[in-house]
Design a protein around this ligand. Structure first.
Ligand code: NAP
Length: 280
């Protein structure tokens, strides 16, 4: 699996990771087998959050990575309602217990809430000094939030944001900001919310199908690969089936041409710059 330097951490991290939102609702044995198959294929960036199933997703990840912790770039997130100076620490410690580990590779603020960023950043610094987190980042941050948090604590390791072919808003300002500040951009919901993007019922999906056919790939692989055309981008599709994990892993090997990217651009435009950052 191709790896890239993960933002300010400068650690080599797989471009294709694994999401875990709602994975606790899947058949447990399938979900664990899928995550393990993903690790075998090099999908070592695993994304979870205290919010997911109220800790159940983290506990399932703990089982999946048992005995393989050192292979994983493990990310979890603190809820904005817990992001005070004191509660960020206890939330992280609970996530570590859920995950059966002594450290997170990166700990994110899930989205901006009512606590001042300075409090959350101070807590991240304390967790880092204690070795409980190796880096910190943010999620769902627009450019003004990124500027503000950077002025407080330096640039975050990453900004995890909604990004798929049907939602390219971050390409206007957030992605350029992240690129120029060496911040990794992690695309969540990278497959989008609508199967119609892939099923041949729309002009866009037919364009994807044609490109996919030329590469011996699937439309979803083309969609994932398109997001990775920027050098600082990572994707974290969630899959609870081994077949899906294999398909997603192989997306990293699809070599899209400039003409393919132009055709995708024409079929799935960026749209106008929105007033506020879309969230999933
Ligand atoms: P996603 O990964 O784009 O899509 C997940 C859905 O696609 C699942 O139903 C999965 O089915 C299916 N799928 C996966 N691979 C497939 C394939 N090759 N063919 C057909 N279907 C496939 O959406 P997401 O879960 O919303 O986003 C990914 C991750 O990003 C989350 O799991 C979470 O970790 C993170 N996230 C973060 C935020 C945030 O605010 N920071 C918000 C949303 C998500 P199966 O499970 O049945 O395989």
């Amino acid at each position: 699996m191709q790896q890239r330097s993960f933002g300010t951490t400068q650690r080599a991290v797989a471009v294709m990771g694994q999401g875990t939102w709602q994975i606790e609702k899947d058949r447990k044995a399938d979900a664990i087998a899928a995550l393990r198959a993903g690790l075998d294929l090099g999908l070592t960036h695993i994304d979870t959050a205290e919010m997911y199933g109220d800790g159940a997703s983290e506990r399932l990840v703990a089982e999946a990575i048992s005995g393989r912790r050192d292979d994983v770039f493990l990310v979890s997130k603190v809820l904005p309602s817990n992001a005070s100076a004191r509660r960020t620490i206890s939330a992280c410690e609970q996530s570590l217990r859920n995950l059966g580990t002594d450290r997170l590779d990166c700990y994110l603020l899930h989205w901006r809430g009512r606590y001042p960023l300075a409090e959350t950043v101070a807590a991240f610094g304390s967790l880092q000094r204690d070795g409980k987190i190796l880096s910190w980042g943010v999620s769902n941050f627009d450019v003004d939030d990124l500027e503000e948090v950077t002025a407080i604590g330096g640039p975050p390791a990453c900004n995890q944001v909604l990004y798929h072919l049907g939602e390219r808003a971050i390409e206007h300002a957030v992605l350029p900001w992240c690129e120029s500040h060496g911040v990794a951009l992690v695309a969540y919901t990278p497959l989008g919310k609508s199967a119609a993007m892939y099923d041949g019922t729309s002009a866009g999906s037919r364009a994807l199908q044609q490109i996919a056919a030329r590469h011996g790939a699937t439309p979803r692989q083309v969609a994932l690969r398109f997001l990775l055309r920027h050098p600082g981008v990572f994707v974290i599709p969630k899959a609870a089936s081994i077949a899906h994990v294999r398909e997603n892993a192989a997306a990293a090997d699809v070599a899209l041409t400039d003409a393919d990217c132009a055709a995708i651009d024409a079929a799935f435009g960026r749209g106008a710059e929105p007033h506020s950052l879309p969230m999933g």
